[in-house]
Design a protein around this ligand. Structure first.
Ligand code: NAI
Ligand code: MG
Length: 338
């Protein structure tokens, strides 16, 4: 099995190094190939994602990504030309974001309870497809549109994936988050699809929340959620909140999946390149290590994934919450535990 590694910018290479340290411990047979993509390459050569590199990436079994982004690059260039392009070209229609409150981790909530959600965000449609335009720019009559695209095919495949994940979990519960009362066209498609697919999964109980009410419950009653399925934009927003209530950005892992298995799936910490702390050795590599866990699980290496997750769970339960994080020390501990 072959793994492509895009360490990227800022703290990306720092946390990926620790992720690979742990991976080397549990899966030494995985062959890794580094790819130089991100702000530094763009600044040096003007290249974002050459077609030849994309073709090479396609020939791997999975991709591990650190973070992409640099204050010296104008906004939108790396996001659209590299990150979003990877997701669209590789058809990463499932954006998987677990949010579990590990023992020993302090939530900002006074009484968080045992939070354990699996957020499934659609990754290739919605308002992120670039379907829009601008007229009369920089005039008082400027018009800007950003159209949300929802296809029966795209909604069905992500909803089906969510049901498959829900039925494999103890609670077997799925919540659709949308805004069906106002976004009635897309909302109706999402609701009808959930209802139709639910007929094939009679053991799964289904709930619905409007996205605004959902943000309230993420704070007041987050344990009501098990698996969540939602569109690209709502998913982007609620998963940051889910990360916040379960210990923050240093712990949030994600997978961008082509659930059909046609293209390699890509695993990455949710956080960005954190230029404010890059180079200081204080970034928490736990999110990157948990992303390695998701990657191993995706590749069917369940036992190896369990070892990674157990190492993280043990480390978090024994960490001194007041002690500063040292990136390499955390990686060394996790590698020794795994
Ligand atoms: P960010 O996630 O990089 O940083 C937000 C805050 O969280 C900062 O204070 C940072 O120091 C802290 N932080 C992030 N990761 C941490 C970790 N592992 N340990 C401890 N603290 C951590 O988000 P921000 O500042 O909005 O974006 C910085 C750059 O990253 C931008 O260029 C942005 O476009 C890019 N970005 C890239 C993403 C990706 O590659 N998928 C995702 C989000 C942002
Ligand atoms: Mg986001």
């Amino acid at each position: 099995m072959r793994l492509a590694v895009i360490a990227g910018d800022g703290i990306g290479p720092e946390v990926v190094a620790e992720g690979l340290k742990v991976l080397g411990e549990v899966a030494p047979d995985l062959e890794t190939t580094p790819y130089d993509l991100g702000a530094a390459r763009w600044q040096r050569t003007g290249e974002l994602l050459p077609d030849s590199v994309l073709d090479e990436l396609r020939r791997h079994d999975a991709i591990l990504l650190g973070a992409i982004g640099d204050p010296g690059v104008p906004p939108g260039i790396l996001e659209r030309g590299l990150l979003l392009r990877l997701r669209f070209e590789l058809d990463h229609h499932v954006n998987l974001r677990p949010a579990k409150l590990f023992d020993g981790v302090r939530s900002p909530l006074a009484e968080p309870g045992a939070i354990d959600m699996l957020c499934i965000r659609e990754g290739t449609e919605g308002p992120y497809v670039g379907n829009g335009g601008v007229l009369r720019r920089d005039t008082p009559q400027e018009i800007a549109t950003e159209v949300s695209l929802n296809t029966a095919f795209g909604v069905e495949r992500v909803v089906r994936y969510a049901f498959e994940r829900a039925i494999a979990r103890p609670r077997k519960h799925l919540t659709l988050i949308h805004k069906t009362n106002v976004l009635t066209h897309a909302g109706s498609l999402w609701s009808r699809t959930v209802e139709e697919v639910s007929a094939e999964f009679p053991e799964v109980t289904v709930a619905y929340q409007h996205v605004d009410a959902a943000t309230m419950f993420f704070v007041t009653d987050p344990t009501r959620f098990d698996v969540i399925v939602t569109d690209n934009l709502f998913g982007d927003i609620v998963t940051d909140l889910a990360a916040a209530v379960t210990g923050g950005i240093g712990l949030a892992a994600s997978g961008n999946l082509d659930a059909s298995g046609t293209n390699p799936s890509m695993f990455e910490p949710v956080h960005g390149s954190a230029p404010d702390i890059a180079g200081t050795g204080v970034a928490d590599p736990t999110a990157a290590v948990l992303s390695v866990g998701l990657l191993l699980e995706h590749l069917g290496r369940t036992e190896q994934a369990k070892k990674v997750n157990a190492a993280v769970a043990f480390d978090l339960s024994t960490r001194d919450p007041g002690a500063p994080i040292r990136t390499q020390e955390v990686g060394d501990r996790l590698a020794a535990l795994a």
